[in-house]
Write a protein that binds this ligand. Structure first.
Ligand SMILES: [Cu+2]
Length: 117
């Protein structure tokens, strides 16, 4: 009995501590979505305001890709798979070209994010 109570307390504590994170994840963010499908970023070129989060969504059936900003020091191997996303928030105005590292030559998978005040 005492063991059971302790166990319940542990579970309740875990729920209490995990709830804020769950709430945060469920909060609708004002992200601009770029669809990744058929070896293509759509739209490939966008202009966003400073502070905007851009979200790349992989809508392929099986194919992985990545979103590689070489100038920003990204890892080349950060692949994301169907139904996964990558996000980046742009805090500084500028022009940010990126590629899908495995497919930028074979399929010309490239894009540009313009960030303005
Ligand atoms: Cu790719």
């Amino acid at each position: 009995m005492r063991y059971l109570f302790k166990r319940m307390l542990t579970v309740m504590t875990a729920v209490a501590f995990s709830s804020p994170a769950l709430l945060l994840a469920g909060t609708p963010a004002e992200a601009v979505v770029i669809t990744v499908k058929d070896f293509h970023f759509e739209p490939a070129e966008i202009t966003v305001k400073v502070g905007t989060t851009v979200r790349w969504e992989n809508h392929e059936k099986r194919q992985y890709h990545n979103v590689y900003f070489e100038a920003l020091g990204d890892k080349q191997s950060d692949y994301f798979f169907p139904d996964e996303v990558r996000e980046r928030t742009f805090e500084t105005p500028g022009t940010y070209p990126y590629i899908c590292e495995p497919h930028h030559e074979s399929h010309k998978m490239r894009g540009v994010v313009h960030v303005v005040e």
